[in-house]
Design a protein around this ligand. Structure first.
Ligand SMILES: C[S@@+](CC[C@H](N)C(=O)[O-])C[C@H]1O[C@@H](n2cnc3c(N)ncnc32)[C@H](O)[C@@H]1O
Length: 409
């Protein structure tokens, strides 16, 4: 909601406020609110100034949107200051740079009519329009439509924004088109009341709509939860997991007209995109005792089921059959893993570990864990000492035995 309080208000009221913010006076209020926020003015003072200068109708919402813009800026860059957001739509928004990447792949065969099935704040609509598509943006939520229409225009783009039910549109899809378009993006809502909906049948639109779209529209892509069970991925559909800076940010299912492989792990590190693919399940990597180096696969590699592919590339083995840590004799240069030199392998015992760290003059550690119930933050505190040295403590299982791999920090 654009108002600063968390009080629920009707969609009509929010739409009215958004329209007021799109007027010249609203724009001035937003600029002023942005300045007050940048000066770290406290909320009570800022609100009373904004209300005095612009009236309560515009002043309060301007403060709310300015706060959302501040949150959006790291991902949306300069666009954030021209766009309007509500807390809800910003929470549901994907990363614009990944939306642009998706749009480029969807339109690789050239410009086409494209539909954004559930446009929310318009991230995908904007990316498709920028990639040259004639875009139809659909949402049943009037606030989403208002935001998308505003944001598209504010960025100098065009799109047709309409009310519609995606379930019905997909049910009526035929001859490779949905809502008359041969290209489609579907990003189902996977949260409700601030909580994740884990069961795909509970998404909006639900899983049945996802599979129908993939079956009927070959040039479609669906954003799904990164935790999606591999068994759900329909045959012939490519599943891609994307990480940025070591964290999973999205998972995608590519329709059969775009699917180019079985699984893809896309790793964005320091702004560089690395892609790893496998045309068939690589199975499990071989297992052997820890050697000189430990390699922690990127979460996109793990989620996409490509750890064995990376192990084969690196000449590495798993330290335990159930855990995604790899080990090799020497260091490796690879975007798929973060590597650490192992100095000691010992059974898990805080007392023993503390003694060893003291002996080594290590006073600060980073704790990593996999296959252990240990709380990393608590262990970091327990292991804090006087020494100047640093180390990485990896708590895991080796041959099913709780084990610590002490690594250079
Ligand atoms: C996760 S959001 C989309 C986010 C968007 N792709 C972005 O990155 O900003 C899902 C949107 O789908 C809309 N939606 C959910 N079910 C729908 C349905 N059956 N018909 C139309 N819109 C629907 C919601 O109102 C919401 O705006």
């Amino acid at each position: 909601m654009p108002v600063p309080s968390e009080v629920e208000q009707s969609a009509d009221e929010t739409v009215r406020q958004l329209r007021a913010l799109a007027t010249p006076e609203g724009t001035a209020a937003l600029t002023r609110a942005g300045r007050l926020l940048a000066e770290r003015t406290d909320v009570v003072t800022a609100l009373s100034r904004l209300r005095a200068e612009f009236g309560a109708e515009v002043g309060g919402p301007a403060w709310g949107v300015a706060r959302q813009r501040e949150k959006a800026r790291p991902a949306f860059g300069a666009d954030a200051d021209r766009m309007l957001f509500t807390g809800d739509t910003l929470e549901q928004a994907g990363r614009p740079e990944l939306a642009a990447r998706r749009a480029a792949r969807l339109l690789a065969d050239g410009p086409a009519d494209a539909v954004d099935l559930g446009c929310a704040g318009g991230t995908d609509t904007i990316a498709l329009a920028r990639a040259g598509a004639a875009v139809l943006a659909v949402d049943r939520d009037p606030v989403a439509r208002e935001l998308t229409a505003h944001n598209v225009a504010a960025l100098g783009l065009t799109a047709q924004v309409v009310d519609g039910d995606v379930v019905d549109l997909v049910a009526a899809a035929s001859e490779g088109r949905v809502a008359g378009c041969p290209v489609a993006v579907l990003d189902p809502a996977r949260r409700a009341g601030g909580r994740r909906i884990l069961d795909p049948d509970g998404w909006s639109p639900p899983w049945a709509t996802v599979t129908t779209l993939l079956d009927r529209v070959p040039r479609s892509v669906v954003k799904v939860a990164p935790g999606l069970d591999h068994d759900r991925v329909p045959a012939g559909v490519e599943a891609e997991w994307v990480s940025v800076g070591g964290s999973i940010v999205e998972a995608l299912l590519w329709g059969r007209g775009l699917s180019a492989t079985w699984r893809r792990a896309t790793v964005v590190r320091a702004g560089v995109v690395h892609e790893l693919t496998a045309d068939a399940d690589p199975g499990r990597a071989p297992v052997a005792a820890p050697r000189g180096w430990l390699h922690e696969p990127d979460p996109a590699v793990i989620r996409s089921g490509l750890v064995a592919t990376v192990a084969a590339q690196l000449g590495a083995t798993l330290v335990d059959g159930q855990i995604a840590y790899l080990t090799s004799d020497g260091p490796v240069e690879s975007p798929w893993v973060s590597s650490y030199r192992i100095t000691d392998v010992l059974p898990f015992s805080v007392k023993r570990l503390k003694g060893l760290l003291r002996e080594r003059g290590v006073g600060r550690v980073v704790v990593k864990k996999r296959g252990s119930a240990v709380e990393p933050e608590a262990l970091v505190k327990q292991l804090r000492g006087k020494g100047e040295g640093r180390a990485v403590v990896v708590v895991t299982r080796v041959a099913d035995v709780p084990t610590v791999l002490l690594c250079e920090g």
